[in-house]
Design a protein around this ligand. Structure first.
Ligand code: NAG
Ligand code: NAG
Ligand code: NAG
Ligand code: NAG
Ligand code: NAG
Length: 373
């Protein structure tokens, strides 16, 4: 029999939903298949993803933007999502912020206040999502949204523990790690995208102030892992070492080091990343959160955030362990934590139990990180 030239074989269109387990895909194809699945939850009316919440939507959008940044086949979907979410999602902000501006729908001008929901961490997730959208599109509208959100966040800079930091929300005095890591990361990202030297310096100043404050408080525990937050007396509260708290700080320090190089930033990031891997990975180097398999809806998205940020560190400070973790997570998700509709669950080691847009987008982060490895 004559060999069939490859060019006459039927091509599988990239981005088409394939029956589960049908083909052995490379990292890009896996991520594109997972993108299609994620979009089965996208609700064009709400501009959000059914089955997950408001802040999770920001992380779904970030995962899509990160994929589009390295995989042109995802660009159409990504640009559609950015535009539609910008128009539609503000009307579905579940808890309009203190400025109460989400009552009216987008009316032709992007308005940062529509993205505030009174929880400062939620606001910052959207700021990072719009920065990711800006990076893909170069559309200043998106950068302006992130800048506007940051303007609002910096007004929340507090005076309690060590005379600084942000509390969790307008109504909760809890000083938690995630809110402050996100504040650092947004400031540092904005520094690298500022249009004037003085804006750049201002953002660098905020990022450094947050990092100096953060490092001086008790967030980082004995083993260089980061606990959830501080007690009222400002000591480490010993609460869960969540994966995302070991992650957001990495991306923040990578961006800060890019804006204002200082060897201590990546030294700290590497210590935190290695401590996290020691603490959170299993024997196969797959990352877990302690809540699995019955995580509350928020926590189902944490691990992808860790891997997304570990990948940022790997890009500037490569380490074979980071590479192995990213690959192990992506491969295990695909092999062990996927159903026949290509939905991805919360326990990356498997077995697959259930999925929603939160578990799935989190796994997508790992698939995206594995592309550039
Ligand atoms: C889209 O979201 C809106 C608001 O949550 C909801 O009322 C509607 O049923 C959703 N549409 C679909 C097709 O899921
Ligand atoms: C904003 O919302 C709060 C809480 O719902 C309400 O008390 C306040 O009157 C509102 N302010 C404006 C200007 O609508
Ligand atoms: C944002 O929207 C609110 C009303 O929803 C409006 O009062 C405010 O002026 C808007 N800001 C900008 C910059 O358009
Ligand atoms: C530090 O790690 C050791 C060894 O794994 C563990 O026994 C200990 O509980 C950890 N301490 C903290 C504060 O996490
Ligand atoms: C580098 O950062 C550390 C920690 O924030 C700081 O103590 C030190 O002064 C910085 N070094 C320089 C040269 O700015």
């Amino acid at each position: 029999m004559l060999p069939i030239p490859w060019s006459v074989l039927p091509m599988v269109p990239v981005g088409l939903v394939l029956p589960g387990f049908a083909v052995a895909e490379d990292a890009s194809s896996r991520a594109l298949i997972a993108l299609d699945t994620l979009q089965s939850w996208y609700n064009s009316t709400s501009g959000l993803w059914n089955t997950c919440g408001w802040w999770n939507g920001a992380n779904c959008m970030t995962a899509i933007a990160d994929l589009a940044a390295i995989e042109p086949s995802a660009l159409n979907t990504a640009t559609y999502v950015f535009g539609n979410t910008l128009r539609m999602a503000p009307a579905y902000n579940p808890q309009p912020g203190p400025e109460n501006q989400t009552q009216s729908r987008y009316a032709g001008a992007a308005n940062a206040s529509e993205w505030l929901d009174s929880s400062y961490d939620d606001d910052a997730w959207w700021a990072l999502a719009w920065i990711a959208a800006y990076d893909v599109t170069n559309d200043d509208t998106y950068l302006g949204l992130a800048q506007g959100i940051f303007s609002s966040l910096k007004k929340a800079w507090g005076t309690r523990c060590g005379g600084g930091g942000l509390q969790w929300s307008t109504t909760s005095a809890y000083v938690n790690a995630i809110t402050n890591e996100l504040f650092l990361s947004v400031a540092a990202h904005l520094a690298n995208r500022a249009s004037s030297e003085s804006d750049r310096d201002t953002y660098i100043g905020w990022a450094q102030k947050e990092w100096d404050w953060f490092a001086a408080q008790g967030f980082i525990g004995a083993n260089y892992t980061i606990n959830d937050g501080l007690l009222e007396n400002c000591q480490n509260n010993g609460q869960t070492v969540w994966s995302y708290n070991q992650g957001v700080i990495l991306g923040g320090l990578v961006e800060l080091n890019k804006a204002a190089p200082n060897d201590t930033y990546l030294e700290s990031a590497n210590k935190i990343a290695q401590a996290a891997i020691n603490t959170l990975s299993d024997a196969n180097m797959v990352i877990h959160d302690v809540c699995e398999p019955n995580c509350a809806p928020d926590a189902t998205q944490f691990k992808g955030i860790f891997i997304r940020n570990l990948q940022m560190l790997q890009q500037v400070s490569p380490n074979d362990i980071y590479k192995k973790v990213i690959e192990a997570c992506a491969n295990s998700i695909w092999a062990n934590d996927r159903n026949n509709q290509n939905q991805l669950g919360v326990n990356w080691a498997g077995p697959f139990a259930s999925a929603d847009a939160s578990t799935h987008s989190s796994a997508l982060d790992a698939l995206v990180a594995a592309i550039a490895i």
